[in-house]
Each structure stands twice: as structure tokens, then as C-alpha cells.
Unconditional design. Structure first.
Ligand SMILES: [Ca+2]
Length: 488
């Protein structure tokens, strides 16, 4: 039943009044009554590996704050991101829809002219309609032209870097404007934490949604002096401990304001670790491979959900995914699902409360954010063939593969192909994948237009012409710059 989680001890009269006022004064500052509506805080890490937290197996350092949430909340062991790369993963989280549905096949760069379509309904839009104050702190990565920025997608406030922290022109934006052109990434986690806790304090008396999207643990890794050397295991561990500290600060602030029983906290990573970066990247072991692949290391991520006195405690082995948060948060917060919009996630509120199961135990892998490349159902996973991929500066090489059948419960590292051992199971899984793909619907062309190599082509062309001229005996001109008159 809708709104069944809301505290009936709180008088009901305020809600009708607040929503009437909200409806008649769309953008006016209306302080909605809480009426038991829980706050929602989503903390998203970038490129954090499945095994980077001590509660997920890391032994070199102890992430005590996240471990504490995991121990007292739901720690998912089989939780999947919507994509093995950044922009599509975020689009999936915020809309409950596979990024393939909106043409987000790659990541946005500072030179991108496109972004997530405005027609998409985000969690922020859904919650704002329910009187929530909404804020994003950190990495947006869904288009940085004004019409694609967070303020145009349901967020009341925005502070952060609008894309990845290795892309050129690192800036802090506030709202739709650049606030700072030269930023110190060493202070980034501290800065984001101050922004996030400030937002919580300013909105303690009303329902709010905070989307805290860290740029860490994406390379280049940065850490403040306070945490440098703290892990004794290199800068990646240091930054991870600082991120864990940040989570602790948010929890502490909620407790201090007596909001901990009123707040759902979700922590997850956007995709698997950047293995090519070696000690500067995370680890997904025992999962196979990492970021950008449809092996488990690419999309199976740490995910912890905590709501004091509401959620069950301990490890949960249910298959679930990032697309589930939209319908699940709608259920907890009394939000409306967008009409005529096909969602890909399932409401997992009963899984979190310990009162029921997810609609199924299936997950579809979209390696290229375009079509289904692998499919999981229960313990089984079928993987379609892929050609070998030669590694480059940002990803390691990947072997070619035939059709692969694995049992993830017995072989978490996807080491043994059971395709020939269990032909009937393979056939059954291929049929499931096909059925899913056939019912997925139309996939639009990619709207992310990066890597068209035009600049590369032009530079190569320039070099070729110069070389050809040199071969004909034409000498390059001497330093003409010196002849310029310098203004005094
Ligand atoms: Ca990422």
C-alpha cells in the first residue's frame, strides 16, 4: 500500500494543505510538512570496486563508517549498476530506465553538446512533486550545457564538477554557473562534505533528497593532508578512507539533528574499478575484470541501504540493481511513477524491509549501453560472444569469448564455461536473453557524439602535409613568433 511506511502518529492534516499550496505555487518556496515522508540520501562513489570496502573483503584498510551502515542495514552481495561506465550508470540510477532507452551509449565529455534528454523524469523530479527539497553535490555527468544541468532535471541546488575529474576544465559549478575555475581536488571530499551537511542542516525541518555523487574514486586520485598516508597502503586507500569519513559525517549530522530514523541512506558505486590504473584503481576480486565490461567486475558493485529501525540487517543475496531505486523510493516516499514511461527497475521495498522478494532474480547486462550482451537469471548467467578487445590507455585487453554459461553462485569469478556441460540450461538461458531483448523495445541512435576522431584526423593530416613538403625540400619557417610586436 502506498505511504504505508509513513508515521501515522504525525497529524495527517498538514499534507493536504501543503500539497495544495505546492500545486498552486509551483516554484515558490513552500516548506512541506514531513508527514512521515523519509528523507533520501544517495551516496554514489565513482569507480569504486566491489572489494574496496572492508565489509566487502578489503583487508588493507578498514572503512568503519560504511561497515557500520552495512552491519546495521542491508548489504547487497549481488547488486548491479545499470552500466559499466559513468554517464549511463547515472542516467539509470536517476530514472529507473536503462540508458539504452535514451541513447546514452557513452560518457559525456566537456566538448559534448548533448546530455540526458529533459523529457526523462528523475528521482529528484518525482520527489520534488512530493514537497521534497532536492540537491546534488558532486559529479553530474549527464550533460553540462545549461539545459541538461541538474537544475533543469528536478534539483533545487547543485554544487560540483559537472563531469569526471580527469576531464579538462575542472570547475566547480553552483546552480547553472561556474563558481570556481581553479579548484584543488585534494580538498574535494572535504568541500563536498561541507556542502552536503550544510544542505541537510538547512533543510532539517522538511523532507529532502540529497544526491551526493563523489568524483572519487576516479583517477586522478586526490586526498587531503588530513588523510594522506592514513591507510598505509597508498593514495587510493587514503582517499577511500576520506570518502568513508565523509559518509560518517553525513550519518553523524543526521543523528545530531534527530533525522536518522527519518532518513533512507543508499550507498553504491557507479561501476566497477579502473583496473588499468593499477594501484590508483580499485579492485573487484574475486569478480572477473572491471569497468567497461559485462563481466561481474564491470557492473556488480558494493551497495548498502540503511534506514534505522526500518530495514533488515545483514547481507542480502537477492539480485537487485540500480534501476530499482526509482520505483522503490517512490514506494517509500509516496511518489508517483511517471505515466506512459517504461521503467526497467522493480520495487525492492519488501526486500529491504524483509517482508518479501524482488519480482524476479534477473538482470540484463548492456555492455555497450545499446543491446543486451549477457543475462542473469537466478544463479545462472549467459554471455554472448565478443571479439577480443585490444587494451589502450584506459582499459586492459579483453580476450575474445564464445557463448559462455556460468553458475555465479558456484563460480563467482566466471572462470569455467559450462556451455557444453549443460546444453539444456544454456539453451534455456539463451531463450531468456532473447525474450528479454525482443521485448525491450526500440533503441534510439546514440546521442553521445564523442570520439569522432576529427581532431586526430586533422592533426595527422597536418603532419602528413608538413612531411610531404619537407620531402620536396621546403624548409619550415623559423620562429616567426619573435617578430611579433609586443604591446607595452
Ligand atoms: Ca565511473
Amino acid at each position: 500500500m502506498k505511504n504505508s511506511y509513513m508515521n501515522s502518529a504525525i497529524p495527517f492534516v498538514g499534507m493536504a494543505l501543503a500539497s495544495t499550496v505546492a500545486a498552486t505555487a509551483a516554484n515558490a518556496e513552500v516548506v512541506a510538512e514531513r508527514n512521515g515522508k523519509p528523507n533520501v540520501v544517495i551516496i554514489y562513489a565513482d569507480d569504486m570496486g566491489y572489494a574496496d570496502l572492508s565489509c566487502y573483503g578489503e583487508t588493507r584498510w578498514k572503512t568503519k563508517n560504511l561497515d557500520n551502515l552495512a552491519e546495521n542495514g542491508v548489504q547487497f552481495t549481488d547488486f548491479y549498476s545499470a552500466s559499466p561506465i559513468s554517464s549511463p550508470s547515472r542516467a539509470g540510477l536517476l530514472t529507473g530506465r536503462y540508458p539504452a532507452r535514451m541513447g546514452i551509449q557513452g560518457v559525456f565529455f566537456p566538448e559534448s553538446y548533448t546530455g540526458m534528454p529533459q523529457s526523462e523524469v528523475t528521482i529528484a523530479e518525482m520527489l520534488r512533486e512530493q514537497g521534497y527539497k532536492t540537491s546534488i553535490v558532486g559529479k553530474w555527468h549527464l550533460g553540462h550545457r545549461e539545459r541538461f544541468l541538474p537544475l533543469q532535471q528536478g534539483f533545487d541546488e547543485y554544487f560540483g564538477i559537472p563531469y569526471s575529474n580527469d576531464m579538462t576544465a575542472q570547475v566547480y559549478m553552483r546552480g547553472n554557473e561556474v563558481e570556481q575555475f581553479h579548484i584543488d581536488q585534494n580538498l574535494m571530499i572535504q568541500t563536498y562534505t561541507k556542502e552536503a551537511t550544510g544542505f541537510i542542516r538547512r533543510n532539517a525541518g522538511r523532507p529532502f533528497f540529497l544526491y551526493m555523487a563523489h568524483n572519487m574514486m576516479h583517477v586522478p586520485i586526490h586526498v587531503s593532508d588530513r588523510f594522506r598516508g592514513k591507510s598505509g597502503a597508498g593514495i587510493y586507500g587514503d582517499a577511500l578512507l576520506e570518502l568513508d569519513w565523509s559518509v560518517g559525517e553525513i550519518v553523524r549530522t543526521l543523528e545530531e539533528l534527530n533525522l536518522d530514523k527519518n532518513t533512507i541512506i543508499v550507498f553504491a558505486s557507479d561501476n566497477g574499478p579502473w583496473l588499468q590504473e593499477g594501484p590508483l584503481g580499485g579492485t573487484a576480486l574475486p569478480l572477473r575484470e572491471g569497468k567497461s565490461t559485462d563481466y561481474e567486475g564491470g557492473v556488480r558493485v558494493p551497495c548498502i541501504a540503511y534506514w534505522k529501525d526500518h530495514f533488515t540487517k545483514g547481507k542480502n543475496t537477492s539480485v537487485a540493481c540500480m534501476l530499482d531505486w526509482f520505483p522503490t523510493i517512490a514506494e517509500f516516499c509516496g511518489g508517483k511513477l511517471p505515466e506512459g514511461v517504461r521503467l526497467d527497475g522493480y520495487d525492492i521495498s519488501k526486500v529491504l524491509m524483509g517482508t518479501g522478494k524482488r519480482a524476479n532474480q534477473d538482470y540484463a547486462y548492456f555492455k555497450n549501453n545499446k543491446n543486451v550482451t549477457a543475462y542473469r537469471s537466478g544463479d545462472w548467467k549467459i554471455e554472448l560472444p565478443i571479439p577480443a578487445i585490444e587494451g589502450n590507455f584506459w582499459r586492459p585487453s579483453t580476450e575474445a569469448r564464445d557463448t559462455v554459461l556460468v553458475n555465479l553462485r558456484e563460480d563467482i569469478g566466471e572462470t569455467t564455461n559450462l556451455y557444453y556441460k549443460y546444453p539444456q540450461k544454456a539453451k534455456e538461458m539463451l531463450a531468456k536473453l532473447k525474450k528479454y531483448a525482443d521485448n525491450f523495445g526500440e533503441v534510439p541512435a546514440s546521442l553521445v557524439q564523442n570520439n569522432n576522431h576529427q581532431l586526430k584526423y586533422l592533426n595527422n593530416e597536418r603532419k602528413r602535409v608538413i612531411k610531404e613538403a619537407q620531402n620536396r625540400g621546403i624548409k619550415p619557417r623559423k620562429n616567426e613568433v619573435q617578430k611579433f610586436i609586443i604591446a607595452k
